[in-house]
Design a protein around this ligand. Structure first.
Ligand SMILES: [Zn+2]
Length: 271
């Protein structure tokens, strides 16, 4: 849901590695493990996606990806209407970017590989679970950091910029996989504003859309195209609605509100 931009993560990327909680003994870093064999213990693949360290939650992540695939097919078809689609108009505002929006969302369904700084070859997203403290560490500029620290304050998931690493915190798995009655939570529109009644968050605060949010970060970050390299985090539906076009296509949550709202009957009233 939230991208972490610790200042010390802005420097050169180092290695991600596991440690045992008991002894602190380091294993080889993830990149080396994956290069060696995708079938190495702890790694499950789901199409081009890799799921690492998720243990009993692996099946949930696989189901989340399947739910996304099914939900996004009609959304991808909708992008071709550009601003003739009220949902596209609300969140992206200009048909000039409909091919780009199509491509970014299509990538989520295909897990297309992308070149990142943590690898010499294009990589598909690697979804890594952080089960608890003292299990996954990242060495940053020589300083060993427990990735679980980033899971505090109720963070469900985050993306490590310029890598293919998407991290899921324990809180992620306390959320429902998808909104059970989503139609009840699609905001109505009055005076060109979505009506916020405190319920609309239930539409997007679930595993499916939060996972997509982080995957979108992966595809927007250092992806060739019109999105800016800086990362926007407008989240609230009206904040997203109010973004300028160039910011909207760079904002991960814009793709989530568009996809979530398009998967419902989009409310009338937006002009
Ligand atoms: Zn984000």
């Amino acid at each position: 849901m939230r991208i972490l931009q610790f200042s010390f993560w802005a420097g050169a990327l180092s290695t991600l590695h596991t440690v045992t909680a008991q002894s602190g003994k380091r294993y080889s870093d993830i990149k080396t493990k994956l290069t060696g064999s995708l079938a190495s213990p702890g790694v499950t693949t789901h199409g081009p996606y890799s799921i690492y360290h998720c243990h009993a939650n692996t099946a949930l992540v696989q189901q989340d990806l399947d739910l996304l695939w099914a939900a996004l097919l009609p959304v991808i078809a909708n992008t071709h209407f550009g601003t003739a689609s009220p949902a596209y108009q609300a969140f992206f505002k200009d048909s000039i970017y409909d091919t780009f929006v199509d491509e970014i969302i299509s990538n989520v369904t295909t897990g297309a590989p992308l070149l990142k700084k943590n690898s010499a070859t294009p990589q598909s997203p690697l979804i890594v679970c952080i089960p608890g403290p003292n299990i996954l560490n990242m060495t940053i500029a020589g300083v060993e950091t427990d990735l679980y620290d980033a899971c505090k304050s109720g963070t469900a998931a985050f993306y490590q910029p310029q890598t293919n690493w998407i991290f899921l915190c324990p809180f992620f798995f306390k959320l429902v996989q998808q909104a059970t009655t989503p139609a009840a939570f699609c905001p109505a529109i009055t005076n060109n504003q979505f009506e916020e009644n405190g319920q609309e968050g239930k539409l997007v605060q679930n595993q499916m859309w939060i996972l997509m949010h982080e995957i979108i970060h992966f595809y927007l970050d250092s992806s060739p195209g019109p999105a800016t390299s800086s990362i926007y985090e407008a989240y609230d539906i009206n904040a997203v609605f109010g973004l300028a076009v160039s910011d909207a296509i760079s904002n991960a949550q814009s793709y989530i509100w568009y996809s979530a709202c398009k998967s419902l009957a989009f409310p009338v009233g937006m002009s």
